[in-house]
Design a protein around this ligand. Structure first.
Ligand SMILES: Nc1ncnc2c1ncn2[C@@H]1O[C@H](COP(=O)(O)OP(=O)(O)OP(=O)(O)O)[C@@H](O)[C@H]1O
Ligand SMILES: [Mg+2]
Length: 501
């Protein structure tokens, strides 16, 4: 076997406050290899790749690049050494075009390419992957998938030898993720190395040549393609909790009669960010105790629909009636005060204030009525949520930005589920969460719907999630809502067909 392109050896990292994020972790990344790093939320995955990318310095241990120990002083230094990382949130200048963005990054490391060549190369990659983007479009006008395509093309133009993707593909629809996998496989064949972090274990098994599993900062497994299987991996990742993971429908104790209509959406027409019709004459209703799921590929109007329902986006035509009150275009404050919990798209950006701690983020929602904050009760409530959802580290005073991605999501989800007294409106409620936590959250949603007579409306790109949780489901495609369908008796193929026609 070839010698590794990059290795980390005995890396230890402790953060102020005593969290041991990494404890003597060693890994090898070979040329021509696709490595996946797995681990539950807070396991240390992002911390490890941030060390390889010069964002954090380790307390102990070494980084060996092509057989020589190196020090990586900054991200720029990492890029110069051929290590490039793409993360969840695109790091692009919105006002510049695609080509300008790429050229700018090239000049930052002293590489020069003419705009014409950058344009040609970008076109080549986008055609190869099969995602259309105009190289002269301004970045602000592009979709999330298109932005991630720019990120990955840029990394390749920066001549990445080691390409790190920290959940960079997590938010993409499955179809498009697959296109990227095909391309990345070609890329690795050229003697490069790909390192991917994901919570999608079945996909990891398909694409990985090698899998490393981290658990609470320790390396607990190194498996090759032949020895890896889903049960083994889940066991390494979660231990006992692996048994709780399920995609079966929640039945029996939850079979309760369904109440009155709480969310009543009539002939809704809503514009997208650029004035296009994103939601086209959508009607649906959700009763107390009922869960309605919307399946669909990202970018088909789900986000706009949910935002319009909670009052964050203007309704052009139609009505939003919550609990018999017409709240159309009356704003988000009113909806929230009437007891609606909301998990938005990109919760890490829109649902929490990263520079505030957990208690303050909880108080921001629960104390909005009177502006007199009872800090003692907010702290108690935060402690309760931390315990229940296993937010780690269990510290109410922790600044949200210092939590791992999944733990930030847990903070949002737990707060919104706790707050919701009439309805919960949620977009991808388990994104970024590990499988055990995702199962837990879905079970909680079900329990809350039934026990507190909550009306739940959620959209998800994960069809398994929609099938598991919905009493009744719809498919949204190009702004049009198809359904309702019975999740038990409707063939999956029929639903998938409607998603892509
Ligand atoms: N700057 C920081 N200060 C304090 N603690 C930190 C900091 N960055 C990370 N941590 C802690 O280190 C631990 C590991 O976090 P990390 O982000 O590496 O997890 P992860 O495996 O990427 O999880 P996820 O799947 O949720 O993204 C967490 O407990 C986190 O709170
Ligand atoms: Mg992470």
């Amino acid at each position: 076997m070839s010698s590794p392109l990059l290795s980390v050896a005995n890396i230890t990292k402790t953060f102020p406050g005593g969290v041991v994020a990494l404890d003597e972790v060693s890994m090898d990344f070979h040329p021509g290899e696709f490595t996946v790093i797995l681990g539950e939320n807070g396991a240390g995955k992002s911390t490890l790749v941030k060390i390889m990318y010069g964002i954090y310095t380790p307390d102990k241990g070494s980084i060996i690049l092509k057989g020589r120990e190196v020090e990586i002083k900054s991200s720029l230094d990492a890029i110069k050494k051929g290590i490039v990382m793409v993360s969840q949130i695109p790091q692009l200048v919105d006002r510049l075009t695609v080509v300008e963005n790429i050229s700018l990054s090239l000049t930052r490391i002293g590489m020069f390419e003419t705009m014409t060549r950058v344009r040609r190369f970008f076109k080549e990659v986008s055609e190869k992957i099969g995602i259309k983007v105009n190289p002269d479009a301004k970045v602000w006008s592009l979709t999330y998938t298109q932005k991630q395509l720019i990120e990955i093309t840029r990394a390749i133009l920066l001549d990445a030898m080691v390409l790190i993707l920290d959940e960079a593909l997590t938010y993409l629809p499955m179809e498009e993720r697959r296109k990227f996998y095909v391309y990345l496989n070609e890329f690795k064949e050229k003697g490069r190395s790909v390192i991917l972090i994901t919570h999608k274990i079945p996909e990891a098994l398909e694409i990985a040549d090698k899998i490393y599993v981290l658990r609470r900062g320790k390396l607990v497994g190194a498996l090759d393609k032949a020895s890896a299987n889903i049960d083994k991996i889940r066991d390494l990742m979660f231990g006992e909790a692996a048994k709780t993971i399920t995609y079966e429908r929640f039945t029996k104790p939850y079979e309760t009669p369904i109440g009155d209509i709480v969310l009543n959406i009539r002939n809704l027409v809503v514009e997208g960010d650029y004035g296009e019709i994103a939601v086209n004459n959508v009607s649906l209703s959700v009763r107390a105790g009922e869960i309605i799921g919307i399946a669909g590929v990202v970018g088909n109007g789900q986000r706009e629909l949910l935002e319009a329902i909670v009052g964050l986006r203007r309704v052009r035509e139609g009505r939003v009636i919550i609990d018999n009150h017409d709240v159309t275009n009356k704003g988000v404050k009113l909806t929230r005060e009437s007891g609606v919990g909301f998990i938005p798209d990109q919760p890490l950006r829109y649902a929490v204030s990263a520079d505030n701690n957990i208690v303050e983020n909880v108080a921001a929602l629960f104390s909005r009525k009177n502006f007199v904050v009872n800090w003692k009760s907010m702290r108690e409530l935060s402690e309760k949520l931390i315990n229940e959802y296993g937010i780690y580290p269990p510290r109410p005073e922790m600044h949200v930005k210092l939590l791992s991605g999944g733990n930030i999501m847990k903070t949002v989800v737990s707060r919104e589920l706790e707050y919701a007294s009439k309805a919960l409106v949620a977009y991808n409620p388990t994104r970024g969460l590990d499988e055990a936590t995702s199962t837990f959250v879905r079970r909680k949603m079900k329990e809350k719907a039934v026990n507190s007579k909550l009306a739940v409306l959620f959209a998800s790109e994960d069809l398994d999630e929609v099938l598991q949780l919905s009493d009744s489901l719809y498919v949204m495609n190009r702004g049009v809502l198809y359904g309702p369908f019975d999740p038990v008796s409707t063939p999956r193929s029929k639903i998938e067909e409607l998603m892509v026609v």
